[in-house]
Design a protein around this ligand. Structure first.
Ligand code: UDP
Length: 256
């Protein structure tokens, strides 16, 4: 059975980055994975959380918040604030985004600062958490480059880039980067977070009223690895383009 949008099993949706969409953030990008669109903004605060001060932990911190805008879904989704609590799914996703980005951040090099990464879903069509990680990393890199440009930092605190993509099994076929109709019907749902040097940060995989074989899992990982290699290339281009827009020179991002 062909995929609903005609893609090959190993094909990403069209992915693009629009840098600098939120001028008051330290760094920002709108990331598009097909019809999934997420605004990712990094804001650098010259302060650290209270627990770090209390325990005299050196360096800085990076944390993330995730939210779906009310009009990002087909049926309006109420804001958490109007329901009085953060929903469990958002809480799980924002912790995942934070872990993914901290895995590539040298918090000591950051100094006594907090990087807030806000991911707000503008349009949801599957894979919003993986788009948030991929775009969040670009927003953080733009913000840190600016801080270096303004003399606030000398060394780039990101050790390398991190990106994420989904994979799944649809009609018995392992496929990459599921859109919502595929996600809804998939028998297996995987989210893969990897660094640009090809190591894993996190794997989330579950059978949806189903089980999966070791072979299917290996194939989903292979597809994801290839997808992430492509995503890292696009992230680099976006980070460089954002720097050029602002006339800044960019430090080496590390192990390219
Ligand atoms: N979704 C939705 N409303 C919700 C949660 C999810 O419409 O409250 C849709 C949305 O398109 C999302 C998809 O379901 O992208 C898959 O959701 P999932 O929880 O698997 O997370 P995601 O794939 O977005 O990381």
């Amino acid at each position: 059975m062909p995929r609903p949008d005609g893609r090959a099993p190993d094909q990403l949706r069209p992915v693009s980055f629009v840098p600098n969409v939120a001028p008051h953030a330290s760094g920002s990008v709108l990331v598009n994975f097909g019809n999934t669109r997420v605004i990712c903004a990094a804001t650098i605060q010259e302060d650290v959380p209270r627990w770090m001060k209390a325990q005299a932990v050196p360096g800085g911190w990076l944390t993330a918040e995730y939210s779906m805008l009310p009009y990002s879904t087909h049926d309006r989704k109420s804001r958490d604030i109007s329901r009085g609590k953060l929903d469990g799914r958002s809480s799980e996703i924002q912790r995942l985004i934070g872990r993914a980005l901290r895995a590539v951040t040298d918090l000591k090099k950051l100094g006594a600062r907090t990087v807030w990464v806000d991911c707000d879903v503008l349009q949801a069509d599957g894979g919003t958490r993986t788009a948030s990680i991929t775009g969040g990393c670009v927003a953080v890199a733009i913000a840190l480059n600016r801080l270096i440009g303004s003399g606030g930092l000398t060394e780039f605190p990101l050790t390398q880039l991190v990106a994420a993509v989904s994979a799944g099994v649809c009609d018995d076929l392992p496929v990459l980067d599921l859109n919502y109709p595929e996600d809804r019907d998939a028998s297996v749902d995987f989210n893969v977070v990897m660094t640009e040097d090809g190591n894993f940060v996190e794997l989330q995989g579950s059978g949806e009223e189903n089980v999966f074989t070791s072979g299917e899992m290996q194939e989903m990982l292979r597809l994801s690895q290839k997808g992430i290699e492509d995503l890292v290339g696009l992230q680099r281009e976006a980070i460089l383009a954002a720097g050029q827009d602002h006339g800044g020179s960019l430090p080496d991002l590390g192990s390219a």
